[in-house]
Design a protein around this ligand. Structure first.
Ligand SMILES: [Zn+2]
Length: 476
């Protein structure tokens, strides 16, 4: 496996067979007789202190895993380097969609360090590195406000559950793989509602030590079983202390169990009221119109799913400024396509799958209704679970091709509108001077053919290039 010099430096690669630390030798159990370069997890000891042992092992396992799955070279190319940071970069293509409704033909995004310096014609005599992407379309990095990045299929090819025998290392490697797939598909920011494991993944990606999307997480969730209003308030403060970026509530049953309201008005009022008071947004899982109404009345920030949303409740949401995060089809199709991997676990039973099948046309209809509701803020949230990571854009394709949303509106929903919904509009969601350089490109023009989103040719996050593919011979 060939490892570029800058990556060699970054990972502390040692040519030959010497493992530098007893802890790492012990943890890896690796043969030291191999002629392959041995990766010493230098960043483990630097960054993790007491957990060096476990992280070194994780690192080594991860490198083996990546090598096995042929991702190593791409990951190597995608690890950030100080050289990349110092440079001024121009990304040029036949069109730039800025995420806020604007389209500029034949333009470049100029990036300096982690931020965008300018968007416009490529300056004559530009001396930095130029990525000329030809007939591609440059877009802001996509934002998926609802993705379960740690959900995966286990070593036996079944949906992972806590007691299935997979080790914590296997689980974290799978989550890292999901994060990687998500980033490479052009999604540079996700919001996870949410698991405790999200925190370590969020933090290691934020440090630049692992390629993945920026992650915001609720670290867990609350439901009708979480206690009295005062107990709910206390739990929300505890989530904040633990580092949660947002609060997730389950205010209705699953679609597989009918979707009826579960939390009482007092519980929802307490939860959304307390979160608001301490500066946290609330994402409320709600399917029935009644559950949605309770969330709107409690002043919660955003409603997830809403498969039984009526025109009345959508108008009420528009009037109150409640954000809507519906799914067009990816989540249901993914469950149905991977039925054998889920079936028999919890409510993934015959009835549950029948509910999801019937939710497919309903989901599309709800998007149609939402598009037709004036003043309603609709964000892009796929509810990506095991099997769907890296295919997030399928839900945008569904919106345009099956629910009739205009391509630029669908793209805004996954960029500027999503950034606003997460209170990140100052730094993300549009291509404009001063914003963080999350820049992607797809072959062709997604306004003419939204499936262009499947053909990602360039991914930059925070000014680092993670993916760059030749556009020669691509659809024109
Ligand atoms: Zn979900």
């Amino acid at each position: 496996m060939a490892i570029p010099n800058d990556v060699r430096r970054f990972c502390g690669v040692v040519q030959g067979s010497v493992l530098k630390s007893d802890a790492i030798r012990h943890a890896s159990g690796a043969s030291t007789a191999t002629a392959e370069p041995v990766l010493v997890a230098a960043f483990g000891s630097r960054t993790f202190g007491r957990s060096t042992f476990a992280i070194s092992r994780l690192c080594l396992d991860m490198i083996r895993y990546l090598a096995l799955t042929s991702l190593a070279c791409v990951v190597a190319a995608s690890l950030p380097t100080s050289r990349a940071r110092a440079q001024t970069i121009a990304i040029r293509a036949d069109r730039v969609i800025d995420g806020a409704g604007g389209v500029t033909p034949n333009a470049a995004v100029i990036v300096e360090g982690a931020r965008i310096r300018n968007v416009g014609p490529l300056p004559s005599g530009f001396r930095g590195q130029v990525y000329d992407l030809g007939n591609a379309t440059i877009l802001p990095g996509l934002i998926d406000v609802h993705a379960h990045v740690v959900w995966y299929f286990n070593s036996r090819g079944r949906f992972h559950t806590p007691d299935d025998g997979d080790t914590p290392v296997q689980s974290m490697l799978a989550a890292a793989g999901n994060a990687y797939q998500t980033l490479m598909s052009g999604v540079t920011t996700i919001q996870s509602p949410g698991s405790p494991e999200d925190r370590d993944l969020r933090d290691i990606i934020a440090r630049g030590d692992l390629p993945g999307p920026r992650i915001l997480t609720s670290l867990g969730s609350l439901s009708e079983r979480s206690g009295t209003p005062s107990q709910l308030r206390e739990k929300i403060r505890a989530f904040k202390s633990a580092g949660a970026d947002v609060i997730k509530l389950f205010a209705s049953r699953s679609i597989r169990d009918g979707g009826a309201a579960t939390m009482t008005p007092e519980q929802i009022d307490a939860a959304c009221g307390e979160a608001r008071a301490i500066g946290l947004r609330t994402l409320v899982h709600a399917h029935s119109a009644e559950a949605m109404r309770l969330a709107v009345n409690a002043g919660c920030t955003q409603i997830e799913h809403g498969i039984f949303a009526t025109p009345e409740i959508l108008s009420l949401m528009a009037a109150r400024g409640t954000i809507f995060s519906p799914q067009c089809g990816l989540v249901f199709r993914n469950y149905l396509d991977n039925r054998a991997k889920y079936e028999g676990i919890g409510n993934y039973n015959a009835e549950g799958f029948a509910s999801m099948e019937s939710a497919l046309p309903t989901g599309i209809e709800v998007i149609r209704r939402a598009v037709a509701t004036s003043g309603l803020t609709m964000v892009f949230g796929t509810d990506a679970v095991a099997g769907a990571h890296g295919r997030n854009v399928e839900d945008l394709i569904c919106r345009v091709n099956e629910a009739g949303q205009k391509p630029l509106d669908a793209l805004a929903s996954a960029t500027s509108v999503a950034a606003r919904s997460m209170a990140l509009a100052d730094s993300l969601g549009t291509l404009a001077a001063g914003k963080l350089a999350d820049v992607i490109a797809v072959a062709g023009d997604p306004r003419a053919d939204i499936t262009a989103l499947r053909r990602v040719v360039f991914v930059m996050k925070n000014g680092h290039v993670y993916r760059h593919e030749s556009t020669a011979g691509s659809a024109r």
